[in-house]
Design a protein around this ligand. Sequence first.
Ligand code: SF4
Length: 380
Amino acid sequence: MTLTDRLPIPHAKAEVKNITCEFCIVGCGYKSYKWPAGTEGTLSDNAFGLDLSQQQFVDGLWCSERMFNTVTDRDGKHYNFMVIPDQECVVNKGQNSVRGGMMGVSTFNAASATRDRLKEPMVYRGGMQMETSWDEAIGLVAKVYKKIIDRDGADEISHKTFDHGGGGGGFENTWATGKLFHTAIDTKSASIHNRPAYNSEVHASREMGIGELNSSYYDASIADTLLIIGCNPYECQTNLFNVHMLPNLQRATVGEKQKEFEKGESAAAAKIIYVDPRRTASITNSMEAAGAENVLHLQLKPGTDITLMNALVSYIFEQGWADEDFIKNHAENFGAMYKANKISLEEAAKITELKVSDMKKAAQWIAAPKASGHRPRTSI
Ligand code: SF4
């Protein structure tokens, strides 16, 4: 049997576990199936409870070669191992992305390329990287730290650490390293994987009191307007885009979705604004789904997004579209901030190289009241 021809079928006694994708913060659900190598179910009697003699749907319960592996477990026995998207997970509803869909093949297997893993600390010695013991590696790092702290102070030690860890693991995953860096070494110099400092992934928003990763995927599926700043969700958070944003963008054009939304407040397609110097695949796909008239690409000069945000805030205020009660109850020194950052659309156009009419349109989509008088549901 070659794995490109067929894969073994998990039988009804396979061990099934719910797992979360290890790669990104979308946190898609998967199911793993493990069963002894050399055994398998049949087309009609299998762990999926499906008649596999029939063609399955594209997003159905089936396994690609990349979702499969053979592993040797701690008991020394060989098992077939399959990781497939969970149909019941509310996040991905049976879909996978190219990253999550590879969890099966990327699982450690001593007989495949995944055997090349770092198992011991490496130290550069005699012109090459050589394996060493943990005791020696830890001792070496500790001595270097101590010398730097004694000579130059702890803040001369910077640390860079991963953060997300899939499924929104975030800081829980960095609890021990956080204690080491912030308490034991006591350095103020820190940043996580993709940031220049220990700041928000959405620059300046945390400083304004708005934590990142704070929105529900459900919000993306019911928003009237989606404001996407400097990110490319189709390619970088695929299932969030495909499962939650796309149906919302398709409201006007897809029959079943239209019926669903007609029961609710609005049957119009969501509008989507991209603030990005690049023309990404997300933009092309959004235009295809929602129609070009519902997609606005603010292709600004790189580095001018703060100017754009200030211009949008200023214009929204001038139009009387701001939620003044919210500001009164939740913001401090708003008046001073507004005065310091106020900028006209004309002035912002010179800096950002955007059209005044496009910025006006963006502000309208974000904040102008709907015909019903309600504020638009804008997901940022
Ligand atoms: S979008 Fe892809 S990488 Fe992110 S959690 Fe889902 S399957 Fe994993």
